[in-house]
Design a protein. Structure first.
Length: 85
């Protein structure tokens, strides 16, 4: 008699745990707010606009007509060297 009673208690407890864990995966039913529009057409360039305002301008002709720097070419050394021993 105690064995069947224990099995009933365990099955009811497992059913309650299963039902409570299944509710965690259900989507919440939040009320819909139709008065709020979240459709932004253009991004607002706030920080970029301020940084662009403060950047240095090329006002001198030597800055405007400057050629790109000519860095020396770099050849990477061989990864493996074969030595005869």
């Amino acid at each position: 008699h105690t064995h069947t009673h224990t099995m009933k208690v365990i099955s009811i407890a497992s059913l309650v745990v299963l039902a409570s864990s299944a509710s965690a995966f259900m989507p919440s039913t939040a009320p819909l707010r139709t008065c709020v529009a979240l459709d932004a057409k253009h991004a607002n360039n706030k920080a970029a606009k301020k940084a662009n305002h403060d950047r240095p301008r090329k006002s001198r002709p030597s800055d405007i007509n400057r050629k790109p720097t000519n860095y020396p070419t770099w050849e990477s050394p061989p990864e493996y060297t074969i030595s005869e021993n």
